[in-house]
Design a protein around this ligand. Sequence first.
Ligand SMILES: *Cc1c(COP(=O)(O)O)cnc(C)c1O
Length: 357
Amino acid sequence: MSGAFWSPGLGQLEPYTPGEQPDSGTCIKLNTNENPYPPSPRALALLTSGDFANALRRYPDPESCQLRTAIAHRYGLKPAQVFVGNGSDEVLALSFYSFFRRPEPLLFADITYSFYPVYCQLFGITNRAAPLKEDFTIEVRDFAGRAGGVIIPNPNAPTGCYLSLENIEALLQLQPNRVVIIDEAYIDFGGESAISLINRYPNLLVIHTLSKSYALAGLRLGFAMGQEPLIQGLLRAKNSFNPYPIDAIAQQVATAAIGDKAWHADNCGKVIATRKRSERALQALGFTVIPSRANFILAKPPAPGAEALYLALRKRDILVRYFDQPRIRDYLRISIGTDVEMDQLIGNCKEILASQS
Ligand SMILES: *Cc1c(COP(=O)(O)O)cnc(C)c1O
């Protein structure tokens, strides 16, 4: 469909396609890297006991002061080094707008979060893809040279591959005059965050989300951390677009969630333990498993192959993600569910694979 009233270029955009969100609660949903457990009880308690009559009547705090203070406290930063947005997708969009609209191309890996090229199209940002190595790990040297900026998820999506802090530091030194964004949507599942480098690198922006390790994908809360000039830049963009992206309920619930460190550590531990046993179980079925530090596994199934297995699982109400794109079309990305859900996945894979041979 195209519209006679659309601005020029709108019809040419290729928007991001999120994973399916089926209505039915009966399926086993391992396709969008959601957390299989409920969020922190402290966050949930607020929803039933909180007094929102005035909070909802008024506009929310445009600066989300309480929430930014909680995040700063949690990560050893100043509130002025924290920017919050309506999901990290929004934070990413504002970051692309604020830092990457330059004559030189933005650099990212050839296999990475598929939203990055979409923002480039939206904002008219040229880009260059640096190919991952054969084993899907990043070659840091490929991010040198003329560039408008660099963005990498760490761990990468959808590979789950992790880049060490030494390598992140090397990357920052390769591009001292450009912003380097480390999208740490999955860092809590076994990686070391680059937040510790913020006070030494004025070009570093670290982005986190509550959608994955905090089990709050429905709340829509993401945040960026960096030195003050970067945060000030993001605020200019945000206040030129929507001064109130975080609603009053989200500010309170997110503040409670961030403060519940014990819940968070326990939750990440459970997901990591399930990931490890799922990796072994998939290998036992003949899958080639890419070592993951995230809450998902990228794995190559044996015959009849990724697409056939994806479709067969779907018929059995088990959703995983299949990407029909170069280099990874023989793989499935499987989010880590509960142990029970993973056992059901493994059992069904076993049946499907056996019936094909
Ligand atoms: C899930 C994900 C996001 C988006 O998270 P939201 O906060 O839910 O918008 C950002 N980056 C990567 C790499 C992700 O996988």
